[in-house]
Design a protein around this ligand. Sequence first.
Ligand SMILES: [Zn+2]
Length: 293
Amino acid sequence: MRAVPTVLDLVHDRDPLPGTVGAFLLPDIAALVDCGAGANLASLESELSGHGVVVEELEHLLLTHIHLDHAGAAGALAARNPRLQVWVHRVGARHLIDPSRLIAGTAAVYGADFERVWGPILPVPADRVHAISDEVRLPFAGAPLAVPTPGHARHHLAYLTADGTCYAGDAAGAAYGGSSTYVEPACPPPDADPPAWQGTIDRLETLAPARLAIAHYGVFEDVPTHLEALRERLALWLERIDRGEESFVEAVWADRRELADPASLDGFWGYAAVERWCHQGLVHWRDRVAAAG
Ligand SMILES: [Zn+2]
């Protein structure tokens, strides 16, 4: 029987566009992979209720990384559900327990009223935060294998379940509509690391999951094609770093128009508007490597 991962379509309270940000409900265990931002919480609850689940019943929250569109609501969920156990990479754990740096960083980019965009960022009690450093089978019944997958973020994890689904967060890039013809590697500053990401793609190929469940957005069944498309796009973006931001952005849009589903251009890719941010992330990475000699 073919497993169908349960995607939860998280729309923003004030700016809803479906099919851009996803979390996943795991089969057989009361666990979520990612939870979105606080501003997506009403949407998360409504999506869960569509599957007969309420927040208070969840036992585990498996975070791929602590970027706010994946983990911003973790503290709010932990406050609502005192049994909820939160799993995260070691490097992200302290920022869940004490989100002051996350809050300061978000306020620096979005202004003091960042809660309008992201919702409140609440701490997760330390005794319910479980830090993961290496590849490990999580210690509860039916648990997935947690796999460090750096590249998009240094502290990124993917989760591989027994049915062969890899819940990849952003580690398998972003793509639209189940088609792996066009896959983008989101490279945000300050910790995008393209060589680390190439290693992650190698590791995912070795693990050979049957399908990828990715946050932006959905389920992708042709895993070899998907990972190869991601690898090629990352290499191409590296070649284009020195063109400057405007030229990089134009080239990204030319590729999208040529290769991506036309239905994704205005909504999915236009909405996310990550291309400038990706160029900045790549330049930041290259400067960091150069400074390290
Ligand atoms: Zn991210």
